[in-house]
Design a binder for this molecule. Structure first.
Ligand code: 5GP
Ligand code: MN
Length: 316
């Protein structure tokens, strides 16, 4: 069984590196930190490498142990968490050079780029996969690991609200709450608290919001000028795509933000109930989940908007 194979590889490895997707969200950072802590319980020291992460996550246990780079070039084992493709994996050179590779993920668009792939597209968060995994391995989920994993679950389910949330999710949440994980605090920090820059960007996104295709599509954007003017930092764009999604009648919300020094836009797409936005984004080399997906597209705001709306139309 895959889970046994994974444990076998972990036990064999002397050097382990943990990696996740670029611009990590709560599930990316939560699941990879939880994995690091769980490996320590198995007597294994792993390195977690991330180019950067949002200040929002400063409360996570052991977050200061995250490294930007490593002296080791060739690890015995590389584990990728919450990342659908090798292209999207931050610092993927460590993955490519590792002797053995494992992918643990919940994206339906995952293209199975590891030697061992443990992918469950039904799981609402990679963090939830880890909860089941740690229980199988007999690793005790303490408050620290629980805080990391609950952060992943809360952020990927919008506070246990998205349809991806299952009865199991609520049971895990109840179990972790009993153990002392402060779920209210996690919700407050990750879902309710807005940075000033995010607040300023929200105003601009609302001002520019266009409703297209009989109000079924919402479109808005921010560019580098906006981000400079409000002194935006990593993570300050989080949640802006939801503004369009929450408007009555909107099925697909499209939010794009300009990449630094590039004539390209990072796309965030959300859908209400029936459009599979992962399929839409796959057409542009991206991917994700049926109700939340993304891609990177070259061009100006108008060009990117036209390309996306023309594709989305086919699914309405
Ligand atoms: P977000 O809009 O929050 O950045 O991303 C929504 C979902 O789509 C996340 O699960 C994220 O991992 C995935 N996603 C975002 N951008 C890309 C991309 O360029 N490629 C792939 N494969 N997935 C993406
Ligand atoms: Mn995730």
């Amino acid at each position: 069984m895959t889970l046994d194979e994974i444990l076998e590889e972990i036990k064999k490895a002397e050097t382990i590196v943990l990696l996740t997707h670029e611009t990590p969200d709560g599930d990316a950072i939560g699941s990879s930190l939880a994995m690091k802590l769980a490996l320590e319980k198995l007597g294994k020291k792993a390195e977690l490498i991330m180019s950067s992460y949002a200040k929002t996550f400063d409360y996570l246990p052991e977050v200061n142990d995250i490294k930007k780079e490593s002296q080791i070039e060739e690890y015995d084992l590389a584990i990728s968490l919450d990342c659908a493709t090798l292209k999207r994996l931050d610092n993927n050179e460590y993955f490519e050079k590792a002797k053995k590779t494992i992918v643990i993920d919940h994206h339906g668009s995952n293209n199975m780029y590891g030697d061992i792939n443990y992918v469950n597209p039904v799981a609402p968060a990679c963090s939830e996969i880890l909860l089941a995994m740690f229980s199988y391995y007999g690793i005790e989920v303490d408050v620290k690991i629980g805080t990391c994993l609950m952060t992943g679950i809360i952020t990927d389910t919008g506070g246990l609200q998205y349809p991806s949330t299952t009865a199991d999710t609520f049971e895990y949440a109840a179990e972790l709450l009993r153990k002392g994980v402060d779920i209210a605090d996690i919700c407050k920090r990750t879902l309710q608290t807005k940075t000033k820059a995010n607040f300023e960007l929200t105003k601009r996104v609302m001002d520019r919001m266009e409703l297209l295709e009989d109000g079924k599509v919402a479109f808005s954007y921010i560019d580098q000028k906006d981000m400079n003017e409000v002194n935006a930092e990593e993570g300050d764009h989080e949640g802006l795509v939801n503004i369009g999604r929450n408007i009555d009648g909107v099925e697909v919300s499209i939010f794009i933000r300009q990449k630094e020094n590039e004539n390209a836009y990072k796309v965030s797409m959300r859908s209400g109930s029936y459009v599979n936005v992962s399929d839409v984004c796959l057409m542009f080399g991206g991917g994700g989940h049926p109700r939340a997906a993304g891609a990177l597209i070259q061009g100006s705001v108008e060009q990117v908007k036209d390309k996306l709306v023309n594709e989305v139309k086919k699914y309405l």
